[in-house]
Design a protein around this ligand. Structure first.
Ligand SMILES: Cc1cn([C@H]2C[C@H](O)[C@@H](COP(=O)(O)OP(=O)(O)O[C@H]3O[C@@H](C)C(=O)[C@@H](O)[C@H]3O)O2)c(=O)[nH]c1=O
Length: 182
């Protein structure tokens, strides 16, 4: 498994080998040693989760207050455009976002450290996204910024079909910045 850095310091892309043959493929979804070498504590993860979304669905942009949460994200079925926003006050890339395609062909994963917002849009008829998270779910600590926030101006490639009620009601980036003191 290879690790690529991104222009957001700390955000990593993990690129596994995909061994394809006439049966299908085999690919590693987690590698303790690679994680440790990349500075990820392999023992830190406490919950694994999976979501399924139909084409055009947007989930996010979500983060967590306090000490935040780090996550490993991959797309086990179909494809998504995964968006990560730097929400670390004082970071030189505060307010910048990057997007990566995650799919069931290249099987790339993202390691998203604490202090980022995260969201994705489904690019295929359905997509399953799997997470490993280093903190227990705590809805009272949830942070959310609207996926169409004009300042962030995230580009979602597909027409947006469904968004949760919570995400439709999410506040602005400016509001989060004032809350974070950024
Ligand atoms: C995230 C989460 C949700 N839930 C429950 C709450 C709710 O009833 C249902 C759906 O939750 P949500 O609408 O928050 O799910 P969703 O919008 O998919 O939330 C996810 O979005 C992406 C972008 C992320 O980065 C994830 O960390 C997570 O925030 O599942 C849990 O029990 N545990 C969890 O860890």
């Amino acid at each position: 498994m290879r690790v690529e850095r991104t222009r957001l310091d700390g955000l990593l892309v993990l690129v596994p080998e995909v061994h394809a043959d006439e049966r299908g493929f085999f690919s590693r979804t987690f590698d303790d040693r690679t994680a440790a070498e990349a500075g990820i504590d392999p023992r830190s993860f406490v919950q694994d989760s999976q979501s399924r979304s139909r084409q055009g669905v947007v989930r996010g942009l979500h983060g967590r207050g306090g000490t935040g949460e780090a996550k490993l994200v991959r797309c086990a079925r179909g494809a998504v455009l995964d968006v990560v926003v730097d929400a670390r006050p004082g970071s030189p890339t505060f307010g910048h976002w990057v997007s990566h395609r995650l799919d069931d062909v290249e099987m790339r994963h993202l390691f998203i450290p604490a202090g980022f917002l995260h969201g994705h849009q489904t690019l295929t008829a359905e997509a399953d996204v799997c997470y490993r998270i280093d903190a227990e779910h705590a809805p009272e600590d949830d942070l959310a910024v609207h996926h169409l926030d004009p300042e962030l101006a995230v580009v979602w490639p597909e027409p947006i079909t469904v968004v949760s009620e919570r995400d439709r009601a999410a506040g602005s980036w400016a509001h989060l910045v004032s809350r974070l003191g950024g």
